[in-house]
Design a protein around this ligand. Structure first.
Ligand code: NAD
Length: 383
């Protein structure tokens, strides 16, 4: 294994840079997420510079192929980066994002599981730089922990949320989107606060519920060791996520407390409802409730992406703050996945054309979503 020296002055990879599609990417925090992203981006041909508080982890990250080299500070890692990702615990994210913005990284994103408070903090600390920051959250996890568990295919076919704001620069978003697509992720735009409400239901409460159920069974197993051996597929499916790294959860619960408490209250009320049906021996009531759940579960899409022919929507965009986030989130609200996105600037500057690629089957929905927000578009088949 060749370990590339960290901060000895010479930069061993500069000579190989840059092909037009080969980006210089900084990753701050090389744990499970940062390490997985590093491995995925290196496999896609990009150059990855790591930074972490723990030098031992960085050495391991080089040995495991998660990074090309490492730097001793966020500033050194992010300086000259085309894109910098922050993959540290949620409550540390905003400060690290600010450091990466200050170092001059062209685009900065993060991988934190909560978005609203991070965007708010960055907006308060560096309002002028917010255009270069696009908050993000890969909806992917693993029971593995740390860089040792890093998996380059972790993001393949998984949804990666980007949370553009009215300040977001369309070019920054497009660069990030294209880079993330090279990991195999399906990128979806969702507003930061809406993201937090939704993940409370589909990610945070499930984790807390799985942990609780697992604890309940483990307590019983002290009396009857055979119980956990009886644990069949259903129990294993429902508690698999409880094996994940507990370290990230106190931060997530602190940062998204309001939405998680609301979702837990709804869950408790729903458990109370089903408890009462069981207690009352209400067979039709129980059947009805579980039948609804069964139907909803079977209708859950396997992936946000859809196959089939693609078309290009060309949308003239005025030079007005918020237009870009307005369009990407309008499409996401209607369930329209964006396959590719580019900004064609007009020669005079100012206004330009946003080129968005979507599945042909979603064209009408996309046109309607755009019309609702006062935009027109022309539609072109691709290929
Ligand atoms: N693990 C998951 O399932 C999952 C899924 C989606 C998003 N996330 C988010 O990704 C982020 C990272 O999670 P993880 O599971 O990879 O955690 P992790 O603990 O495996 O890795 C975090 C790394 O960041 C480093 N670090 C902490 N503070 C730092 C700082 N100020 N500067 C530089 N390095 C620092 C730590 O030393 C560690 O190596 C979190 O914000 C988490 O919410 C995690």
């Amino acid at each position: 294994v060749t370990v590339v020296a960290a901060h000895d002055g010479a930069d061993p990879i500069d000579a190989a840079l840059p092909g037009p599609d080969r980006l210089r990417v900084a990753i701050i925090g090389i744990g499970l997420m940062g390490g997985s992203l590093g491995r995925a981006l290196r496999a896609a041909g990009h150059v990855v510079i790591g930074c972490d508080l723990d030098d031992h982890r960085l050495q391991r990250a080089v040995e495991l192929g998660a990074i090309d080299e490492w730097k001793p500070s966020i500033t050194a890692a992010a300086r000259g980066a085309d894109v910098a990702f922050v993959a540290v615990p949620v409550l540390q994210v905003a400060d690290a994002v600010v450091a990466a913005l200050d170092a001059g990284a062209a685009v900065v994103s993060d991988m934190g599981s909560v978005k609203g408070p991070i965007v708010d903090q960055v907006r308060a600390l560096r309002p002028a730089a917010l255009r270069r920051f696009v908050a993000g959250h890969p909806m992917a996890g693993s029971e593995q922990t740390g860089v040792e568990g890093a998996d380059p295919s972790l993001f393949t076919g998984r949804t990666w949320v980007l949370a553009p704001t009215p300040e977001t620069d369309a070019d920054a978003y497009a660069t990030l989107r294209t880079l993330l697509a090279s990991t195999g992720a399906d990128v979806v735009a969702v507003e930061p606060d809406l993201h937090d409400e939704l993940v409370a239901v589909v990610s945070h409460v499930p984790h807390l519920a799985a942990g609780t159920l697992m604890r309940l069974a483990a307590d019983r197993s002290a009396d009857a060791g055979v119980l956990l051996r009886l644990a069949a597929g259903g129990f294993r499916d429902m508690t698999r996520i409880a094996a994940g790294d507990p370290g990230i959860w106190p931060d997530i619960c602190a940062a998204n407390r309001g939405a998680i408490v609301s979702a837990l209250d709804e869950y408790l009320a729903a458990l109370g409802e089903i408890r009462d049906l069981v207690a009352a021996g209400d067979r039709p009531g129980l059947f009805h409730l579980l039948e609804q759940a069964s139907r909803a579960r079977r209708n859950l899409p396997v992936s946000a992406a859809s196959a089939g022919p693609l078309v290009e929507l060309r949308i003239p965009v005025p030079d007005r703050p918020g237009v870009f986030a307005n369009i990407t989130t309008a499409l996401a609200d209607r369930g329209v996945s964006i396959f590719d996105l580019e900004v064609a600037h007009s020669a005079e500057g100012g206004a330009g054309v946003l080129v968005i690629v979507v599945a042909e089957e979603y064209v009408e929905r996309a046109e309607q979503a755009l019309a609702d927000r006062g935009h027109t578009c022309s539609v072109h088949a691709i290929g």
